[in-house]
Write a protein that binds this ligand. Structure first.
Ligand SMILES: [Fe+2]
Ligand SMILES: [Fe+2]
Length: 157
């Protein structure tokens, strides 16, 4: 078990707990998506995943990446790399959002979910342990509250 998996000891408002929670919630949804056969249900879950990912990416960019830029050694390039990865996922999300599931190319575009998963795993291995090491508990909770507030800002559709 990596140090990061011991999140039980952390405050539920800790920003690193909230980020990991978002990642896991997308992973759960995608597993559900893969197991469901009903086309309407599949569409519903797919839309939910697209929304969750979009909100997560934007919230991180607003609340978390500026802190990484400021607090990490080499933070500027790490944040830039992360923002570029977000953009790759976002471009694919946009395509999938405007596509019918009957489109023969649709399944290929589902790669955006594995792109997101890959990016999230990297964050869990690099960003989150570093945030925990660098910031105090209070600061991480303060960021967590800001994170939740920012997430609520995005309209549901
Ligand atoms: Fe990210
Ligand atoms: Fe993330």
């Amino acid at each position: 078990m990596t140090a990061f998996e011991t999140t039980a000891a952390l405050d539920p408002e800790d920003v690193t707990v909230l980020i990991k929670g978002d990642h896991d919630s997308v992973r759960d949804l995608y597993n559900r998506y893969k197991n469901v056969t009903d086309p309407d249900e599949k569409t519903k879950i797919c839309n939910e995943i697209i929304r969750e990912i979009a909100v997560h990416l934007a919230t991180e960019e607003i609340v978390v990446y500026p802190v990484i830029e400021k607090e990490f050694d080499g933070g500027k390039s790490l944040a830039e790399k992360s923002r570029n990865e977000h953009q790759v996922v976002r471009d694919l999300l946009y395509e999938i959002d405007n596509m019918s599931q009957d489109d023969p190319a649709f399944n290929g575009k589902l790669s955006c979910f594995s792109e997101f998963d890959h990016h999230s795993t990297e964050e869990e291995q690099q960003h989150l342990p570093h945030l925990r090491k660098t910031l105090t508990n209070d600061k991480r909770q303060e960021l967590g509250r800001e994170y939740n507030k920012t997430k609520k800002f995005f309209p549901t559709r």
